[in-house]
Design a protein around this ligand. Structure first.
Ligand code: ATP
Length: 929
């Protein structure tokens, strides 16, 4: 279906596939009337009728039909630059422009071979840049697809999570705080719903929503009964019927893309770009000065000096560097995605290597988030619940006695029923054998425990109907519902963090009415469950009053405690290993959890967190001055009962102490902390859209160990970039020195400018790219994090560039002079010099695979397939260059004898050994320091 059809169909209210569609596509009066239909001006029932939908939502079959008819709920992609535009872009480069001018001058001078070679190089260079850019772009593209948002809909009365692209007109969509509204909705029910509509109107203050219709001509921003696609739910919860999807939505009209992977330059790329431009200017001036020197001092002719200057410019400018680094970064992003870490902002790849502290959530990140109720404590007794997983099978025991009919125990039953009513989750059979929770696993566990007692959640919810709800929020730490019980009475149910709920209770439910609440006793019971690493929930109830809203202040007191439940949530298998790996890599792992201090501390200890026993709670944190917190945050690794705003302070405190930190988060209110952290990490499965958009990285599996894998990849990427820089710069240095020395001394050029063009072209596509694929050194996770302020060209690298440049130029000259001295002609001497340069680059490539480590080992020499392939290619191409007559004619190369090759080989070996000696001296001195 075309975009226009979608827009019309959804806008005119013909969304119902069940309605006759005789007017489809025609301009009958009915369709015209429909097109002006304003959903915001209609009653809820009219809207539902108009879209042939209902509060229970569509059936699966109807949804499928509509999907076929209206198409996917996606915005049209932004127009991409076409291939020829991107190819032309490659010529927008100072070096290429200089080469083109040089080519044109060569033509004017009648030097057609040189001109042909220069134009050939320009074209090949552009092609390489184009292909490499395409490769980087493709890598990022594949990752973009991994971030597709999801939506919660109600279909046939069942809550379901589906890809947002499958939402259709007429669907009932449920949105909660942190969600991005997936399509244009006419709200049908809500509780304290506020949305932030900056994506649409630019206005960032959240807007209160209601279900009441407004006037038809009301402005978009004032249509409070609508929630538009692309806006964010800042607070509360709402349900709406979809009135438009995809391009038919309001955001579709203005066609602004949101939530995409952002493609920005990284600081490193920018740094290199600037460096490259400055270098180009310096080199051009140097080349001009050199040419003038040759002409005026040594009396060389202008034409020759012109080509020498072009040769110097080509030799000295590391034109391949930015492209190779983009590819290295893109490959890093891809490697991270394979390990479940999806990068949203490219600079994060670099920053990950500098991380010195990771703040992580507990539930679901360090633990599996597979909750099972194992203990229930009521006023008069403690009950143990057995049975694993989400299957409704298990048993209840009180001490040594088995409870055969747990549902017949009045207080236990009340407690279990409250857990089911004050709950948004459902549990269903997934396929044939496994049970699945839809919604929050903590809530799923309460459904499962009730089912183990023989209470069917659906039946309980049908008997006692919900009238209102205040959903769970991390700041509040509890949830409340107002329910009409089957006897007609009103009842308020609450469940939440026990310490918070206890404050709202003034009595406790007993078999025969109510008992007095002994807070100390209950705190002891809570501590006991928490110390065993259990997450504890309390359940409470009180009679409701007609006409009093749930949010009213008097609703926060007067509850009767029903009981508390302890839930196990086992740590993830790989979490302890990841924590240990961080410790070795000089990274502090710090747990920030909303859970109870004892639970947090018990889990921290099982995971081996360094300071697992010491805990700072959110309340204590609030009482601390900045300076005190800055100090405490260095000493303590567990922060419990923490809220999102505490996360922001924690991030700022470690940053003030000079650390670079990652922070995880999933809720809408975590966004500021994620933005502030050096690397904000959002949860792919349980995270809200708001948190994902604020984050630099999204974990596809919500797993802490994935962050550590990403750090490892980040360190590798940086190493590879450093190696690439260390590899390419001396190559340029050696070549340009060779020309410079020859011209300044008035000697014959050992390598002609054309030959330099050739070497650069050949090595840029092969050797230069090999390092991007390096698998990483064995000690990447055994050294401390990199200093973020250290420049990439540090002292070591500057030394290395100079040292290798010198080695290459000495070797090239050595071979050239030796060849001339032994009576060979100039072409053969130059061929030997060119091949020496290439062999020198080959051995340097093998050596640089270990920046300072030993390369003289089987793995050091043969451990990288890309390097071996690149070397094999270069050898082949050089053979062709040396022996094929047409290439000899073009490049002035000549036949080399076996003897020449032996000399070249020995020199290569000498370069390799010199590098090994340099590295071992470096290792010796850096250890000594
Ligand atoms: P984190 O994910 O940050 O490690 P958390 O998931 O344990 O921590 P929150 O979700 O903020 O943190 O939960 C805080 C407390 O609120 C929990 O210890 C629990 O007692 C209570 N709680 C958690 N989920 C619910 C819920 N759905 N309904 C009511 N109370 C809840």
């Amino acid at each position: 279906m075309s975009e226009r059809d979608t827009r019309n169909a959804a806008a005119d209210g013909r969304g119902g596939g069940t309605r006759p569609t005789a007017d489809e596509g025609s301009s009958t009066p009915e369709a015209e009337r429909g097109a002006t239909r304003a959903w915001h001006a209609l009653d809820v029932d009219e809207v539902l009728n108009g879209l042939a939908s209902a509060h229970e939502g569509l059936s699966a079959a109807e949804a499928e039909r509509r999907l076929e008819r209206y198409g996917h709920n996606k915005l049209p992609r932004k127009q991409q630059a076409s291939w020829w535009q991107r190819l032309l872009d490659q010529f927008n480069n100072i070096l290429i422009i200089i080469l083109l001018i040089a080519g044109a001058i060569s033509v004017a001078l009648g030097a057609f071979v040189d001109a042909g070679a220069i134009f050939g190089v320009v074209l090949i260079n552009a092609a390489i840049g184009y292909l490499q850019e395409g490769r980087a772009e493709k890598a990022l593209q594949s990752i973009r697809g991994m971030l597709s948002p999801r939506a919660t809909v109600r279909r046939q009365g069942q809550r379901r999570g589906i890809p947002a692209a499958e939402v259709v007109p007429g669907d009932i969509v449920i949105v909660e705080s942190g969600d991005r509204v997936p399509a244009d909705l006419r709200l049908v029910a809500l509780s304290s719903l506020r949305t932030q509509e900056a994506a649409l109107s630019g206005e960032s203050t959240p807007v209160d929503k209601s279900t009441a219709p407004v006037m038809a001509d009301t402005d978009l921003a004032e249509r409070h009964c609508m929630a538009y696609a692309g806006t964010l739910v800042a607070q509360g919860r709402g349900e709406g019927v979809v009135v438009a999807t995809g391009a038919a939505t309001e955001i579709g009209h203005i066609s602004r893309m949101i939530g995409e992977v952002e493609q920005v330059q990284t600081p490193l790329l920018r740094q290199l770009d600037r460096f490259g431009k400055r270098l180009a200017v310096i080199i051009l001036m140097l080349a001009a000065a050199m040419a003038a020197f040759g002409v005026f001092v040594h009396g060389q002719n202008w034409e020759q000096m012109f080509f020498a200057a072009v040769g110097l410019a080509v030799a000295a400018i590391p034109q391949g560097l930015p492209a190779v680094i983009s590819v290295t970064l893109a490959l890093g992003v891809q490697a991270m995605a394979r390990r479940n870490a999806i990068i949203r902002r490219l600079p994060a790849v670099e920053t990950l290597g500098c991380i010195s502290a990771i703040f992580t959530d507990k539930t679901g990140t360090l633990t599996r988030n597979e909750m099972t109720v194992t203990a229930i404590v009521l006023a008069n007794r403690s009950i143990e619940v057995r049975g694993v997983g989400y299957a409704p099978e298990g048993s209840f025991r009180a001490g040594d006695d088995a409870l055969d009919e747990p549902a017949s125990e009045p207080v236990l039953r009340r407690c279990l029923e409250a857990g089911v009513l004050c709950n948004e989750a459902t549990v269903s059979m997934d396929g044939q054998e496994s049970w699945r929770v839809h919604g929050d696993p903590t809530e799923g566990a309460l459904i499962v425990v009730a089912a183990k007692a023989g209470l069917d959640a659906e039946a309980v919810r049908r008997r006692h109907r919900r009238l209102d709800v205040m959903p769970f929020e991390s700041e509040r730490k509890y949830m409340v519902t107002l329910d009409r019980m089957d006897d007609g009475s009103l009842m308020v149910h609450a469940k939440g963090a026990p310490d918070v709920l206890l404050e709202m209770c003034d009595r406790v439910r007993a078999e025969d009415g109510y008992d007095e609440l002994n807070r100390e006793d209950w705190h002891e019971r809570i501590d006991k469950l928490s110390s065993a690493g259990l997450r504890v929930l309390a359940l409470a109830e009180k009679p409701g009053k007609e006409g009093v809203a749930l949010g009213a202040p008097e609703q926060t007191g007067g509850f009767a405690l029903l009981g508390i439940m302890g839930l196990i949530d086992p740590p993830r298998e790989d979490a302890a290993r990841a924590v240990e790996s961080c410790r070795k890599a000089g990274i502090r792992t710090k747990m920030v959890t909303g859970d109870h201090a004892r639970t947090a501390s018990a889990i921290a200890e099982t995971l081996g967190l360094t300071q697992g026993r010491q805990v700072v709670t959110g309340k204590e944190l609030e009482g601390m001055e900045d300076a005190e917190l800055r100090q405490r945050v260095q000493e303590v690794d567990v922060f419990a009962r923490a809220s999102p705003e505490h996360k922001l302070r924690l991030v700022m405190s470690v940053q003030a102490g000079g650390m670079v930190c990652a922070m995880t988060g999933d809720g809408v209110n975590d966004a500021p902390a994620l933005r502030r952290a050096d690397v904000g990490v959002a949860m792919g499965i349980n995270g809200t859209e708001a948190s994902k958009e604020a984050a630099e990285m999204v974990l596809a599996d919500d797993n802490f160990a994935t962050i550590v894998s990403a750090v490892e990849e980040g360190r590798k990427v940086y190493d590879n970039i450093k190696k690439t820089v260390a590899f390419l710069l001396p190559t340029n240095g050696g070549e340009s020195l060779a020309i410079l020395v020859a011209v300044l001394s008035g000697a014959t050029l050992p390598i002609t400018p054309l030959q330099i063009l050739w070497v650069n072209m050949v090595t840029a596509v092969t050797l230069g790219l090999a390092l991007a694929f390096e698998p990483g050194e064995a000690d990447v996770m055994r050294r401390p994090p990199r200093d973020p302020d250290a420049p990439i060209l540090d002292l070591f690298l500057i030394w290395r560039v100079l040292f290798v440049s010198a080695l290459l130029v000495v070797s090239v000259y050595g071979v050239f002079l030796w060849a001339l001295a032994s009576g060979t002609d100039i072409s053969a001497a130059r061929s030997a010099a060119v091949n020496t340069l290439v062999v020198g680059e080959i051995v340097y490539l093998l050596s640089i695979r270990r920046l300072t480590g030993r390369s003289l080992s089987f793995d050091g020499l043969f451990g990288s397939r890309p390097a071996l392939i690149a070397i094999a290619l270069v050898v082949l191409v050089q053979m062709a260059w040396t022996y094929i007559p047409s290439l000899q004619l073009l490049f002035g190369s000549a036949f080399l004898t076996a003897n020449d090759w032996i000399i070249i080989g020995v020199i290569g070996l000498a370069i390799f050994l010199a590098l090994e000696v340099e590295k071992s001296l470096w290792r010796y001195f850096s250890r000594a320091i």
